[in-house]
Design a protein around this ligand. Structure first.
Ligand SMILES: [Zn+2]
Length: 175
């Protein structure tokens, strides 16, 4: 937990700590072991949203909660791309180099595996656009924020739950 928090920004680290406490409460319950839980809580692995495999558990939890509320409101929302292996990201990077010609232009749209937050399990790409728009307007309730001006689909844990999202950067090259 400390090691994984260290690679996050300071603000994200705080979010991670709070969500970790919430997740621990969900799993263990607040009542003594001898008392029956007030209501059954299925483990996250049984309720996690599709596409959350391989993600940071805190992001998987936050996204699952957001998606469940979106679906309850009739808003379509799904993960188009979440965790990527270094090999998958390398293939995307090399495809980007062929498409955009230079590393500088490619970095605006796809990062090499050493830098991508998809490889560390800390990013989700959302579809369709209606769902992404809803998440952009409401995701901060779970700490989820759109981070790039040029990618309406890309979200990360980037703020305290309920707090405002940080200002977006123009594109991934501005990290
Ligand atoms: Zn992305």
């Amino acid at each position: 937990m400390i090691d994984s928090a260290r690679v996050l920004s300071r603000r994200s680290g705080v979010t991670a700590a709070i969500l970790a406490a919430a997740a621990t409460g969900l799993v263990l319950g607040a009542a003594p072991a001898t008392a029956a839980p007030a209501f059954p809580v299925p483990p996250l692995t049984e309720v996690a949203a599709a596409g959350t495999e391989g993600l940071d558990p805190l992001l998987a939890l936050a996204y699952t909660m957001a998606e469940q509320e979106a679906h309850a409101r009739g808003v379509p929302m799904t993960i188009n791309s979440g965790y990527r292996s270094p090999e998958e990201q390398r293939a995307m990077w090399e495809e980007g180099l062929r498409t955009y010609g230079s590393p500088e232009e490619t970095r605006r749209w796809v990062l090499p595996p050493e830098e991508s937050t998809h490889v560390t399990g800390r990013a989700v790409d959302i579809a369709p656009r209606e769902g992404a728009a809803w998440l952009e307007a409401n995701g901060n309730r779970w700490g989820l924020c759109r981070t790039f001006d040029n990618e309406w689909w890309h979200f990360e844990l980037a703020t305290l739950p309920g707090a405002a999202c940080p200002a977006r950067v123009p594109d991934a090259a501005h990290r």
